[in-house]
Design a protein. Structure first.
Length: 116
């Protein structure tokens, strides 16, 4: 019995595809190794109110909010208080049902140093 002929072109394409997949896997692992700062959402829930504390990294906030806030991060809360409140209210939409949205009130804001 004769062995089946090997299609060299097909074999070459298979190796090229496997090489590309391997390269993509290694590149994605490299990307996963770089951690970005996390936004933390802390909830204090009781029967009448849900209090939320947002911890937003300055670089991530600047990317979404703009205004070059990373130049002086210690003054963000004071300098951009009203714009940040408007921005957060425009992006926070809690509800039980869409017909009954919750009222969102931003009580205070402050800038704190990151603990590493």
């Amino acid at each position: 019995m004769k062995p089946l002929p090997i299609n060299k072109s097909r074999q070459k394409k298979t190796w090229q595809l496997l090489s590309c997949i391997t390269l993509l896997i290694f590149l994605s692992l490299k990307c996963l190794a770089h951690q970005t700062p996390a936004t933390n959402i802390l909830l204090d829930v009781n029967t009448k109110v849900v209090a939320v504390e947002l911890q937003l990294p300055v670089a991530e906030l600047e990317s979404a909010f703009g205004n070059n806030i990373s130049k002086s991060p210690e003054t963000i809360a004071q300098q951009y208080e009203f714009q940040l409140k408007d921005y957060l209210k425009a992006h926070i939409h809690p509800y039980i049902t869409k017909e009954k949205p919750w009222k969102v009130e931003i009580v205070s804001m402050k800038t704190a140093k990151c603990h590493k």
